[in-house]
Design a protein around this ligand. Structure first.
Ligand code: ADE
Ligand code: ZN
Length: 363
């Protein structure tokens, strides 16, 4: 029943035909579409303006003199060229209030973009390695998310990522710190430099995390080979693959992902900024959707990659011929792939169904 609303929908207008009316229509559909984000690094939502504000507040010196200079430095050639600058930016985050302010600013962007549920990553080691307490980080993020739920009606979950360029011992230490916060952290993930740091390096940490009741996800097949996708499924028992776009290199994997409905949290603007795809027209997300994979649209590190959720949706819709049903399918997939209760999923699917069926009638 929950799956049928898209078939029943009367909105069958192709929305990316040439012509202004249809472009406006597509923009407005995307803006009003309720959205769910499943791949967002909270440190990657640090806008240059806030970076400067926090640097001043905390007496941290930056190698830039204006936010414009920071923005001009965001010319990336690959994942590593981004990560180097991203870890540097995080140095301005020191106090619980900084993590609160960062998260609150992101939630206000969610409200603007009509994001109704979000599952955010944080990288504890980026902060604990600088002497910031784990509790400072998680408490700041968590209290902003609680306020987001109460004041903005945006629900959320937290996923803690291990930095894969660091060693297994550091990941275990981080997992042990997280044990005291099981009530706040729904799952663990794996991010940072994919090349040279395969999933098997963290197989034992993930086994322990699963034993402790955490769900698991992992960045795989962003820049790295399809073997990282296979190994994340096999060894890390992930519930979702973050990125996963390199799956197109392997026909057998495509079939397996389609049959299992294993979710991929795809980040279109991130992928073009980091040169995973040269142009948005070359991105495989629409092809994957049409082949029956459970693909979703997400913003990854929006302050660095030029846009939040609506920008990512628009970038995909502007460069591919898509119907409204297909756009809504990204939200449907994200609801199904989220780490919320069946009851909450049902509620969000209803909300989406209502939106799709009333969108044209109400205009
Ligand atoms: N950390 C933040 N953004 C990331 C990305 N796109 N890939 C890997 N690690 C990340
Ligand atoms: Zn990511």
């Amino acid at each position: 029943m929950l799956d049928t609303f898209l078939e029943k929908s009367a909105c069958r207008t192709p929305i990316n035909v040439n012509g202004d009316a249809s472009v406006n229509q597509q923009t407005s559909f995307i803006e009003q579409l309720p959205k769910v984000e499943l791949h967002l690094h909270i440190e990657g939502s640090l806008e240059p303006e806030m970076m400067f504000e926090l640097a001043q507040r905390n007496g941290v010196s930056l190698p830039f003199s204006t936010p414009e200079e920071v923005k001009a430095a965001y010319q990336f050639t690959n994942l590593q060229s981004f990560l180097d600058i991203y870890y540097q930016g995080a140095n301005v985050l020191i106090h619980e209030r900084d993590f609160y302010d960062l998260t609150w600013a992101y939630l206000l962007r969610c409200q603007q973009d009509n994001v109704v549920h979000t599952e955010i990553f944080f990288d504890p080691q980026t902060h604990t390695d600088r002497g910031i307490a784990f509790d400072t980080v998680i408490n700041g993020i968590y209290s902003a998310l609680r306020d987001g739920e109460e004041k903005l009606g945006i629900s959320s979950q937290i996923i803690m990522c291990f930095l894969r360029h660091l060693d297994e011992e550091s990941a275990f230490d981080t997992l042990f710190e997280a044990m005291a916060h099981k009530d706040k952290i729904v799952g663990v993930g794996l991010d940072s430099s994919e090349l040279g740091h395969p999933p098997e390096k963290f197989a034992r940490v993930f086994r322990k995390a699963l034993d402790e009741g955490f769900l698991t996800v992992a960045h795989a097949g962003e820049e790295g080979p399809v073997s990282n996708i296979y190994d994340s499924l096999e060894l890390l028992k992930v519930s979702r693959i973050d990125h996963g776009v390199r799956c197109s290199d392997d026909e057998n994997l495509l079939h397996a992902l389609s049959n299992s409905k294993m979710p991929l949290t795809v980040c279109p603007l991130s992928n073009t900024k980091l040169k995973v795809f040269e142009r948005m027209e070359d991105h495989n997300i629409v092809e994957l959707l049409r082949r029956g994979l459970c693909v979703t649209i997400n913003s990854d590190d929006p302050a660095y990659f030029g846009g939040y959720m609506n920008d990512n949706f628009k970038a995909v819709a502007e460069s591919h011929q898509m119907s409204e049903q297909e756009l809504a399918m990204f939200t449907r997939n994200a609801i199904m792939a989220s780490f919320i209760s069946e009851e909450q999923k049902s509620h969000l699917l209803d909300k989406l169904g209502q939106f799709v069926s009333h969108y044209h009638q109400d205009k």
